[in-house]
Design a binder for this molecule. Structure first.
Ligand code: NAD
Length: 496
């Protein structure tokens, strides 16, 4: 069977007797390949390759680095079908959705192409008499990225272009569940002219990650994944003196006000709750309806609209969403639906164990709608990460805000209303990092930065955009005087 290896110094590395793990095709339930799981030595080889490459790469001008990314963008566009196919096969998402994820990744590459402007620094002439001061932004060295299964291209592209264009070298540890897209990206960057060792990919699990977290050559770690692992990564990386940003899980609420445009709410909730099988950290998984009447109207409207939804194999673009990542995750999602039912919620549309003709062994769960959910239910507190929309009914926006603000996660949220004052009140008082007003998935564009609050992000800086530049560089401030007039000794604190 095909073994998926690592990418170190521009070569595919497969070591004999390496541990391996099955990579599934979720649409069919079959095993497609085995992925090699790097041990500490292999991971150290990748770090060494990155360390060696850094000595030269940091001296390459930002414009030249950006030119490689321009070429890389072209290659991503030319190869979008191949890349989408790799994603669809190993992740299960439908090709149209896979292409959307690639496009969002390309947008970060485009932003990173602006490096000469972004790294220009800050300059002030005459901070004191005949004294000038400037800050420049130096690369950190070897930096690592650890990424989740749900966006096998986009999330690595949140990190790699930003890190390398700033002059760092990179070791990526992608998800072992769908590793092929990351390797394909590495080969495209090589084709674009990236020098060897600047980007290395090690496949693996905890052993590879723990090596990255403890090796003193790694200066910074970007992580995206579930909250318990994000917390572990942040604590361990920080304890080893590394800079770290660790993005975690989510439970994103949409408040539906009594004046909301119902058709618009229904259409956008369908995509935001069930797109990519709900396996998005920005998926809207809870609708909070304000007022009994809106609650009833929304449930009836969604119930009807959901009849048209099609779950199925990744390569049929008529399908709205595909399989979940694994059989274990399918069981986990269904267990959450069981638990909501047991604890008194009303399963309005039941997607458990759907029949997908021709793909009976795929890991499918159909779109599920649950009404009368209450905050004490386990299914409400957990991140389900499946095609499940839960509805909570409240009487006022104040109650809705309390729900969101008391939840452990604070990634994304949105409000549907036609009232500007209500929208403003919501934006001012909601505790979440990414907020939408009549926008269900308020994912910041590449020239802003992405990140949540509370236990959805450990660290200070958000990912990509302006925060990405700051995360992957360290500031040096130089204050300079060329003396025209000699000055006498000063013993009090200099003031300028
Ligand atoms: P995960 O936490 O299981 O895995 C993420 C990465 O961590 C993988 O590379 C994995 O190999 C590694 N890992 C897993 N267990 C580890 C351990 N014990 N020690 C060290 N490394 C370990 O997450 P996942 O299931 O791949 O992805 C889904 C999760 O990611 C969801 O919770 C989702 O909300 C979250 N996510 C968050 C964002 C965001 O921007 N906040 C974006 C995408 C996904």
């Amino acid at each position: 069977m095909n073994i998926i290896g690592h990418w170190i110094n521009d070569e595919v590395i497969i070591k004999e007797n390496s541990r391996t793990q099955a990579v599934y095709h979720p649409s069919t339930g079959e095993i497609g390949a085995q992925v090699a799981l790097a041990d500490a030595n292999t991971t150290q080889d990748a770090i060494a390759a990155a360390q060696e490459a850094f000595a030269t790469w940091k001296t390459i001008t930002p414009m030249r680095r950006a030119r490689i990314l321009f070429k890389f963008k072209e290659l991503l566009e030319q190869n979008i079908d191949t890349l989408a196919e790799l994603i669809g096969k190993e992740h299960g998402k439908i090709l149209h959705d896979a292409k959307g994820e690639i496009q969002r990744g390309i947008e970060v590459v485009e932003y990173a192409c602006g490096a000469p402007e972004l790294l220009k620094g800050e300059f002030t002439k005459n901070v004191g008499s005949e004294i000038d001061s400037w800050s420049d932004f130096a690369p950190l060295g070897v930096v690592a990225g650890i990424t989740p299964f749900n966006f096998p291209t986009m999330v690595p592209l949140w990190m790699i272009p930003m890190a390398i264009v700033c002059g760092n070298t990179f070791v990526l540890k992608p998800s072992e569940k769908d590793p092929s897209a990351a390797l394909f990206i590495a080969k495209l960057l090589h084709q674009a002219g990236l020098p060897k060792g600047v980007l290395n990919v090690v496949n693996g699990d905890k052993e590879a990650v723990d090596t990255l977290l403890s090796d003193s050559r790694v200066q910074a770690v970007s992580f995206v994944g579930s909250t318990p692992i994000a917390e572990h990564i942040y604590r361990t990386a920080s304890a080893h003196g590394k800079r770290c940003q660790a993005l975690g899980g989510a439970k994103n609420h949409a408040i539906v006000m009594p004046d909301a445009d119902l058709d618009n709410v229904i259409n956008s909730l369908l995509g935001a709750a069930f797109g990519s099988s709900g396996e998005r950290c920005m998926a809207l998984s809870v609708a909070v309806t304000v007022g009994q009447e809106m609650g009833d109207k929304l449930i009836n409207g969604l119930k009807k609209a959901m009849q048209t939804l099609k779950v199925g194999a990744y390569h049929d673009n008529d399908n709205h969403f595909g399989a979940l990542i694994s059989q274990a995750h399918k069981q986990n999602v269904q267990a959450h639906i069981d638990s909501a039912e047991r604890q008194g919620a009303n399963i309005v549309v039941d997607g458990r164990n759907p029949h997908v003709a021709g793909y009976e062994n795929g890991f499918y769960v159909g779109a599920t709608l649950i009404d009368n959910v209450t905050p004490d239910m386990d299914s409400y507190r957990a991140e389900i990460f499946g095609p499940v929309l839960q509805v909570i009914r409240v009487d006022t926006i104040a109650e809705a805000l309390i729900l969101i603000n008391q939840h452990e996660y604070g990634n994304g949220t949105c409000i549907y209303t036609q009232d500007g004052g209500t929208a403003r009140y919501f934006c001012d008082n909601v505790q979440a990092g990414m907020v939408g007003v009549n926008v269900p998935l308020p994912v910041p564009v590449a020239y802003h930065s992405f990140g949540g609050w509370k236990r959805s992000l450990f660290g200070d800086l958000h990912i990509y955009g302006p925060d990405g530049i700051r995360f992957y560089t360290k500031r040096k401030t130089i204050t300079q005087r060329w003396i025209a007039n000699k000055e006498s000794a000063i013993f009090s604190m200099p003031t300028l």
